[in-house]
Ligand binder design. Structure first.
Ligand code: AGP
Length: 347
């Protein structure tokens, strides 16, 4: 029987298509309301939504050239003072709009009169009602405790906010939007390649010591893959940036291990150089999830071929989500009801 989690992963191309129709006009106008002036952004969230924040923040810095920080909600509330200007925007990302840690963070910063925005899948949720600006990520009800399609929708909406700010600076965003319009078809193609993903899941499920490596925007994708495998398979999977992994963490490979390497266009040389060192020294099993056709370093290589970062992010994410789901099947775990977990984490 197909799990709810898998069904929801398979809905992702449709979710993206829906968001394009909802928020982007044929004339390349992004219909999202933003404050007139923003001079810095802080994104606050938990779990998968935090991984969305960690993917989005560097995109705001890179493309909009605006300072953008991100923080775990639970840590945010422990910090006594936060950096605020008259034109700060605090963005709260939450599938449910009800998670206590994120809601408490929102309430705390609101008291200081700062502008707030939420990206949530739940209209009329507590966060929705409290925020000054609101974006419905509209992925449809997400039943699986392991969040998948909701995260894809959150990342997509964050990218739309980012592109709206780029457009406000007077830059042409039509090329970026065309890339986004090709995203549903791209994700459909990755789904079609599921056999390879199943093979990779079967190999990974043989290990208790799993490290997922990725650079820059792909490090939070690696973290998300690890989170999905923890939730669905109860395995202690760790994620690291490639370079940082070499600073001691790599010693975990002295045990029987598998490394899942996300290798993107931008950082391919750096990643391959480190992967070679890892293989020479420790010879673990390796799976590559890569947008670069020339990469052949893995025992299994899953190609998510594209030259566009805005597409590859989603391709790598969907691949890891499907791997986690298939691993749960192989390990005879039900990904739809992970022991001890709840859809909404409350105080
Ligand atoms: C993700 O698979 C988890 N179930 C969990 O980390 C979740 O993302 C987190 O609790 C935040 O939930 P929210 O997006 O509803 O605020």
């Amino acid at each position: 029987m197909t799990s709810i989690m898998k069904k929801e992963i398979f809905e992702e191309p449709g979710v993206v298509k829906h968001l394009l129709d909802k928020y982007v006009t044929g004339e390349n106008i992004i219909n999202i309301e933003l404050p007139e002036k923003i001079d810095n952004i802080v994104i606050v969230a938990s779990g998968s939504s935090y991984n969305c924040a960690a993917i989005a923040a560097p995109l705001f810095v890179e493309y909009v050239q605006i300072p953008c920080e991100y923080e775990y909600s639970s840590e945010f509330v422990l910090q006594k003072k936060h950096f605020i200007t008259d034109d700060s925007l605090y963005i709260f990302v939450s599938q449910s709009g009800e998670t206590s840690d994120t809601l408490n963070a929102l309430k705390m910063i609101k008291e200081q009169g700062v502008k707030t925005m939420c990206i949530t899948n739940a209209k009329d949720s507590a966060m929705w009602n409290l925020c000054d600006y609101k974006i419905l990520s509209d992925a449809g009800e997400e039943k699986s405790i392991a969040s998948t399609k909701a995260l894809t929708a959150q990342i997509f909406c964050s990218i739309l906010v980012m592109l709206k700010l780029v457009a406000k600076k007077g830059e042409d965003i039509s090329g970026y939007l065309n890339t986004m319009r090709r995203l549903p078809a791209y994700l459909e193609r990755i789904k079609i390649d599921e056999k390879k993903i199943e093979e990779a899941a079967a190999l990974t499920a043989e290990f208790n010591n799993i490290s997922i490596l990725g650079n820059k925007n792909y490090y939070p994708i690696a973290k998300e893959g690890a989170l999905k495998m923890k939730e669905t398979c109860y395995l202690n999977v760790m994620a690291y940036p490639f370079g940082e992994f070499m600073h001691g963490h790599v010693a975990v490979l002295n045990q029987k291990s598998i490394v899942i390497a996300i290798i993107d266009e931008e950082n391919a040389k750096f990643a391959i150089r480190n992967l070679k060192k890892i293989k020479d020294e420790y010879n673990p099993k390796v799976i590559c999830i890569t947008s670069v056709q020339e990469v052949k370093s893995g025992d299994i290589n899953i190609y998510i071929k594209t030259k566009r970062k805005m597409k590859a992010i989603f391709g790598a994410l969907l691949t890891l989500q499907l791997m986690a789901c298939n691993m749960a099947d192989i390990l005879d775990k039900n990904p739809d009801s992970p022991k001890g977990l709840h859809k909404v984490v409350k105080d």
